[in-house]
Design a protein around this ligand. Structure first.
Ligand SMILES: Nc1ncnc2c1ncn2[C@@H]1O[C@H](COP(=O)(O)OP(=O)(O)OP(=O)(O)O)[C@@H](O)[C@H]1O
Length: 311
């Protein structure tokens, strides 16, 4: 397996704050990886170290076979968290500048840029100054800047922040398209449903440490279902207090059916059997934990106050 990114034991502190602790990471060539983690977890710091924007205090980095991203910079595309378009520059000039900087011949750049602007619905902004664009538009322009040179590795820091649902969907399809072209894609996000919909593999960083590094399917299997959704034959039935059934911790009637929370550690199949013995059931399903459930359960382990609120 060829690795696009290989990090070993990365550490980084800012003064007394250790932002990244002993980070090991392997991203195979052609993979699509998402990095999630609470605010301040160390995601941006990790991405910046991979890109040699920041340097680790210790540990080693290999990117696209080189010992520094600087040696492979024309093969890397990066969408930074801070949206740094050159405010006074015209959009077309900004993109041409970025493309040429990354090795695209000037006569080729113009055609690529107008194709891209067309694709993201910004065909009419090439002559506008960057500062005249909305935040979402600027973000799309920056995405173009990250891909216009057809990189082999694409690193996106919070690509979905500030986008409306239509543009989120557009960006999602553009990221998937890059992946299908064989580009290695690594992106950080707070938007769990997006990570869940498009990633094959999830990394979670919490307080500077990696706490999850698995294929999404394996994560779903590991975090066992913790709830059932029940559709009784008689929709108007009350059912009484369902916590009388062994293994059921709580129940609530929702539009989608009755949601039954399982006792932690209780075998879902057993609970399912008992429930269907008690209640005439049209349909019953195990609810798989969402990535957000996993995120919250890992992130609040060290935050008792937050746990109380969520429970
Ligand atoms: N240049 C810096 N100087 C001092 N502290 C910093 C610097 N950059 C990051 N930090 C600190 O390092 C920690 C990790 O920050 P980082 O930006 O990597 O987190 P993050 O996971 O990207 O967070 P967010 O999701 O909020 O963007 C935080 O405590 C942050 O305050």
């Amino acid at each position: 397996m060829t690795l696009a990114i290989e990090l070993r034991g990365l550490n980084k502190s800012f003064g007394s704050k250790q932002a990244v602790r002993g980070l090991d990471l392997e991203v195979p060539q052609g993979a699509l990886y998402g990095i999630i983690g609470p605010n301040g977890a160390g995601k941006t710091t990790s991405l910046r170290m991979m890109l040699s924007i920041l340097f680790p205090d210790s540990g080693s980095i290999r990117v696209l076979g080189a010992d520094s991203a600087l040696k492979a910079k024309d093969r890397i595309g990066y969408l930074p968290e801070e949206r740094g378009v050159y405010r006074k520059m015209r959009v077309g000039d900004f993109l041409e500048h970025m493309a040429v900087l990354k090795g695209v011949p000037r006569n080729e750049a113009g055609k690529r840029i107008s194709d891209w602007l067309e694709r993201v619905g910004l065909a009419d902004v090439a002559k506008k100054k960057c500062e005249e664009l909305s935040k979402g538009m600027q973000q799309k322009v920056q995405f173009i800047a990250a891909v216009v040179h057809q990189p082999d590795l694409l690193i996106l820091d919070e690509p979905f922040s500030g986008l409306d649902p239509v543009n989120m969907r557009l960006l999602k399809s553009l990221i998937l398209e890059q992946h299908q072209r064989g580009v290695t894609v690594l992106f950080s996000t707070h938007v769990m449903p997006q990570a869940e919909q498009i990633c094959q593999h999830i990394i979670m960083i919490h307080q500077g440490q990696k706490v999850l590094d698995d294929p999404l399917e394996a994560i779903r299997r590991r975090y066992a279902p913790h709830a059932l959704l029940l559709h009784p034959i008689d929709d108007s039935a009350d059912g009484g207090d369902l916590t009388r059934i062994e293994g059921i911790r709580s129940s609530s009637k929702q539009e989608s059916g009755w949601r039954l929370e399982l006792e932690p550690g209780h075998a879902p199949a057993e609970a399912l059997r008992r429930v269907t013995q008690e209640i005439a059931t049209r349909r019953i399903e195990l609810l798989q934990p969402t990535l957000e459930d996993v995120f919250i359960s890992l992130a609040i382990k060290d935050a008792p106050a937050a746990q109380e609120v969520i429970a």
